[in-house]
Design a protein around this ligand. Structure first.
Ligand code: SP5
Ligand code: ZN
Length: 340
């Protein structure tokens, strides 16, 4: 299996994030995650690592506002030139609610406009890492569109919380959405998001479209981040009405109950008859994930992969979250094994 991966992520290593209550915590979305996955992939006899190709900015502008990408490109230099005392990471303390159309010109005003929370911390290497990560997803999509049945985009930073014009939840550019949109020029695309958290950015990007079916299975936003998206009654709008599906799950959801929710999603995908499938593959549904409350086992993750693979669609697997670093490699291999 081709695995598209870039070392550029290593320079995106924010020193901390801020949890609810103001608790400064070491950044959970760290490069050790990739080292664990790389180690596990090297133990297999099927993983073939490849450098991504550079697709330029056009496929990124096709899903994100140019102003937002311009902000990501310039904010670090502006941050260093600013008056801030601690410049270790760019992190605003005031956030836009989007109820008011004003976009201020100052750096912190734009930062609070384009970032939704305290876990999308920006450092010098963030923008190059985010671009390389999107190029991994695009390279994986191109490979599959050339007639192969599967590829894995080992993306870091992840992408599914990044919307048209905002970053959030460790995500800056929505890799899976960039890939799905690129594939959509070749026919209908289904995107299934199994990360523990609702894929709000993906929902935002495709909400009004009927050519990309988006489905997210995740912890119920009544108790879990990202809190304001992911409810079952959000089903798309305009032409996209009926082409988005959220499946919120209760705390403690086990393998059996998860698989029931998955079957519901797979039924919709079969009915949609897409040309390609993109999977936002977060591994934070795992029982011992430090950010999760869902209790899916490694066997369960294997079974989820098996059932998705049984759709028999050309498939791009895109890495999203997963923070139980010690077992992250084992879990992603259990998932991908179904395609080899
Ligand atoms: C890609 C991805 O998985 N992003 C997740 C971002 C979550 N950020 C908010 C974390 C809220 C932390 N709550 C603390 C629970 C500790 N038990
Ligand atoms: Zn997640």
């Amino acid at each position: 299996m081709k695995v598209f991966y870039s070392e550029a992520h290593r320079k995106h290593e924010p020193p901390f994030e801020v949890f609810d209550g103001g608790l400064r915590t070491p950044y959970m979305e760290n490069s050790d995650r990739m080292d664990r996955i790389l180690h596990a992939l090297h133990q297999t006899d099927w993983a073939e690592l490849c450098e991504p190709k550079d697709f330029g900015l056009d496929p990124i502008y096709a899903v994100h506002d140019k102003d937002f990408i311009d902000f990501l490109a310039s904010c670090w230099t502006e941050w260093l030139a600013s008056e801030a005392r601690d410049k270790s990471t760019l992190l605003p303390a005031t956030f836009a609610l989007r109820r008011h159309p004003q976009k201020p010109t100052g750096l912190l005003g734009r930062a609070g406009y384009y970032i939704m929370d305290l876990s999308a911390c920006i450092v010098e290497g963030t923008y190059p890492a985010a671009l390389a990560s999107a190029n991994c997803a695009l390279s994986a999509a191109e490979f599959v569109s050339n007639g192969h049945r599967v590829s894995f985009a080992l993306c870091r930073p992840p992408g599914h919380h990044a919307g048209k014009d905002y970053a959030g939840g460790y995500c800056f550019i929505n890799n899976a959405s960039v890939a799905a949109n690129w594939l959509s020029s070749k026919g209908k695309v289904a995107l299934i998001d199994i990360d523990y958290h609702c894929g709000n950015g993906t929902q935002d990007i495709f909400y009004e479209r009927d050519d990309v079916l988006t489905i997210s299975i995740h912890a119920d936003p009544h108790f879990e981040y990202p809190h304001y998206w992911g409810f079952a009654d959000e089903t798309g709008s305009g032409a996209g009405l009926g082409f988005h599906k959220n499946v919120p799950l209760a705390k403690g959801t086990d393998d059996a109950r998860y698989l029931l929710a998955l079957e519901e999603a797979l039924k919709l995908i079969r009915k949609f008859e897409p040309q390609h499938l993109v999977i936002s593959a977060g591994m934070d549904i795992y029982a011992d994930d430090p950010l999760g409350t869902i209790k899916v086992s490694t066997n369960g993750i294997g079974e989820i992969g098996k059932r998705i693979a049984s759709l028999n669609l050309p498939t791009v697997v895109v890495m999203e979250g997963g923070y139980a670093n010690e077992v992250l490699g084992r879990n992603i291999v259990a998932f991908l094994n179904n395609w080899v």
